[in-house]
Write a protein that binds this ligand. Sequence first.
Ligand code: C5P
Length: 316
Amino acid sequence: MRTYQLIAPAKINLYLEIIGDRPDGYHELVMILQSIILSDRIEIRSNGTQAINLHCNHPLVPLDQTNIAYHAAQLMVDQFPERFANYGGVDITIDKQIPVAAGLAGGSTDGAAVLLGLNLLWELGLTIPQLQQLGEKLGSDVPFCVRGGTAIATGRGEKLDPIQDLDNLWVVLAKYNNLAVSTPWAYQTYKQQFGHTYINDIAGIQSRTSQLHSGSFVQAISDKDGKKIGELLQNDLEKVVLPEYPQVAQLKEVLKQAGGLGTMMSGSGPTVFTLCQSQTEAETIKKTARQKIEDPSLEFWVTQLSSSGISIISEQ
Ligand code: C5P
């Protein structure tokens, strides 16, 4: 029975701009996505049966089709039924370290790891672009998670242009463990409030994309200029999430006051992060924020930006 163990990193959004809406119900986005070291560990083991079984150490993680990792395995079975018949089913075990429902692509990265793991286990020989294409069927963040690093993402998030890696910075993440924001709610509310500003012509969308490519944010990343990157952080979804969740708005304010290069919410939240030059600075900010908000449900993580996507740590 063969077994693969993989490390599946979380992501943060350094930049998230909503440009317009799309006929498929999604939004047209321009983003800069960034992998971080904080990762789940995924084990994929042949089980000699015709079943897919999912296990996870986190009580809130579903173990059925609603879990992207399970959905990813089901997708591979549907796409490659003869491999499934020959190689048999798998037990997938997720060691969850990434906070759940946090805006950090924790579920998406597990799904991406299952695609990569089954590609190896079933000796399919699929390329990264082919795996990313499969990932699109699972969720907008999955194609990015397949490769990781630093990338401009456009379309609904699935069109990726890798850019200069950014792994010299540290980050403090903070999240209330009893708070979850619905991503569909966040986008829907944004549309209700800001739909009148949407650009929906192809030329307009292309122009925003090329502005980002040649603009100051990508330049700051090329220069590894942490100060400038911190100043340029943007997330349009803050405009709807922060007014609805004053706790998150307060957390952002406290983190911002505590120092660092810049503070922003990731994805549709509710995780807020501060970029830092060093681990020492990140630990100091964490300590200061913890003293300001004495709430046991508030959790912190100190980690580093990462140039790696999913990696295989063992093969047996
Ligand atoms: O693709 P994913 O399943 O992660 O998206 C979750 C939800 O977020 C979608 O159902 C949609 O409501 C919203 N979304 C969006 N536009 C995007 C990505 C997500 O409206 N580009």
